[in-house]
Design a protein around this ligand. Structure first.
Ligand code: NAD
Length: 494
């Protein structure tokens, strides 16, 4: 089944077709039982098209194809150097077709087209090129244990890896997983989010064009509780690389435990603290912090949803935030005048509004925002709460919308204790010109990524992954490679 979309916007004109079947063993196929999932445009709430709801039997088919590729072509005859060439080719083919993919991603995620290309895709393309470079550099060690006895280690691919991706950065997070999984020699089954599957389905054409052997990359769309769970429970899948909510992360761990104890990497939610000190460059601190909570309508695992402001600059910072929040303008992601993204679905819209109402009911003050933005689609006003206390839901839980809390503080100790008072630990941002304080905080903050004088931004060369209930295992950088291999030690007594 092919969906064709005509785009006629200032930022993108043209026709894009996308096959809405499953991608198994190098070709698009229909699911065994055709059930459809509707895909929506969150800027209007209207249905765009339907995609296939893959079931357990479809996952089984994909696993058979991936295993076959692993045992024949990919795992047996393709060298690290050749894998590197193919991943680099994939990055180049992606660069060539990125406008069409960006159009599809804008369509089903509501993201601004300009941001998709300049931020998400730029990161995804560099990520693929980075891991292309690693493919022929996966090497072990030689350890001299005793005279006449030495050990060498090998980093072997795991085999079939399931990559389960959320809806907030569909292609970028796909690249974060495909890059290291393929570079280390695994075959992959991708389960995109059922909410934003279109660009990922188009990505299958890039896999074909780049020339990967059939079965190396397979894409099975479907509901998380069906296709996702079947993948996580499959006895022949050796690893799940998951990015998504902490709730689903727990289910994936259960699935692993109940099946074959497959390896699991969990990149989960967050409640990122942003700490602005009196001595910071306030203009820069406000710019980055506002981006940290309002970019993509706050639908980021690293969303800076807790903002701590030292008392000396509090009034100035508040006034600047309110001005930025009020400038948000809803609209199509293809319109250059649009100044905010919608939240991705009706479900998410209701969830975010539920948090805003909970904030109001718990006695917090709405400093700005607090309602729907415009009257079409799923736009939420950038919202900031003040007068909050540590036990409120809006302070403790991940909201995943353009909703933050602002907390005034006096001392460093007070800010640090409050920043660490969370079950999450993904990232943290500090704004100060005092280098000693910055490094002191960087040591004491309980989070996987610390940013000083800049908002959280994952970099393909650097590890990314959380502490505490933000998960375990790393994406990106050299650090991700280990998660896609089994280390074997060979002892020789000669
Ligand atoms: P989600 O957990 O609802 O879904 C993520 C993926 O898991 C989807 O593909 C979904 O279909 C699938 N899934 C759902 N139930 C499943 C199950 N029982 N078994 C297997 N798969 C299942 O998350 P979401 O709402 O798509 O994304 C938002 C969440 O992702 C937020 O919590 C956010 O913080 C997190 N996130 C984390 C990172 C990170 O790197 N730490 C990055 C982006 C998003």
């Amino acid at each position: 089944t092919v969906h064709t979309q005509q785009f006629d916007y200032p930022l993108f004109k043209g026709k894009v077709s996308v096959n809405t079947g499953l991608f198994i063993d190098g070709k698009y196929v229909d699911p065994l039982d055709r059930h459809d999932i509707e895909v929506f445009d969150p800027t209007t709430g209207k249905v765009i098209t339907t995609i296939a709801a893959g079931g357990k039997k479809d996952v089984d088919r994909a696993v058979v194809a991936a295993q076959k590729a692993f045992k024949t072509t990919w795992g047996k005859t393709v060298s690290g150097t050749q894998r590197g060439h193919l991943i680099r080719k994939l990055a180049e083919v992606f660069e060539k077709h990125q406008d069409e993919l960006a159009a599809l991603e804008t369509l089903d995620s509501g993201k601004q087209y300009f941001h998709v290309k300049a931020m998400d895709f730029a990161n995804a393309i560099e990520t693929l090129k980075y891991y292309a470079g690693w493919a022929d550099k996966i090497s072990g060690k030689t350890i001299e244990a005793e005279p006449h006895k030495f050990v060498y280690t090998l980093h072997e691919p795991i085999g079939v890896v399931g990559c389960i991706v959320p809806w907030n950065f569909p292609i970028m997070i796909l690249a974060w997983k495909l890059g290291p999984a393929l570079a280390t020699g695994n075959c992959v089954i991708v389960k995109p989010s059922e909410v934003t599957p279109l660009a990922t389905l188009k990505f299958a054409e890039l896999i074909q064009e780049a020339g990967f052997p059939p079965g190396v990359v397979n894409i099975v769309t479907g509901y998380g509780s069906v296709a996702g769970q079947a993948l996580a429970q499959h006895p022949d899948v050796g690893k799940i690389s998951f990015t998504g909510s902490t709730l689903t992360g727990r289910k994936i761990l259960h699935s692993s435990g109940d099946s074959n104890l497959k390896r699991v990497t969990l990149e989960l939610g967050g409640k990122t603290p942003n700490i602005i000190f009196d001595d910071a460059d306030i203009e820069q601190a406000v710019k980055w912090t506002a981006m940290g909570i309002f970019h993509h309508a706050g639908q980021m695992c690293t969303a800076g949803s807790r903002i701590f402001v030292q008392e000396g600059v509090y009034d100035k910072v508040m006034a600047a935030f309110v001005e930025i929040a009020k400038a948000a303008k809803p609209g199509s992601g293809f319109d250059p005048n649009t100044k905010i993204d919608p939240v991705v679905s009706k479900t998410q819209f209701d969830r975010v509004m539920g948090y805003i109402n909970a904030g109001k009911e718990s006695g917090a003050t709405v400093a700005v925002g607090g309602g729907q933005l415009g009257n079409e689609g799923y736009f939420v006003q950038p919202t900031l709460f003040t007068d909050v206390s540590a036990d409120m839901k809006i302070v403790k839980e991940e909201i995943f919308g353009p909703v933050g809390v602002i907390i005034k503080f006096k001392t460093e100790e007070e800010a640090l204790a409050a920043a660490n008072d969370t079950t999450y630990g993904l990232s943290a941002c500090i704004y100060t010109k005092d280098v000693e304080r910055a490094t002191r905080f960087a040591s004491a903050l309980e989070a996987g990524s610390i940013f000083v004088n800049i908002t959280s931004g994952p970099d393909w060369r650097v590890s990314f992954g959380g502490f505490k209930q933000s998960g375990f295992g790393k994406d990106l950088g050299e650090y991700a490679l280990e998660g896609y291999t089994n280390t074997k030690a060979v002892t020789l007594n000669i």
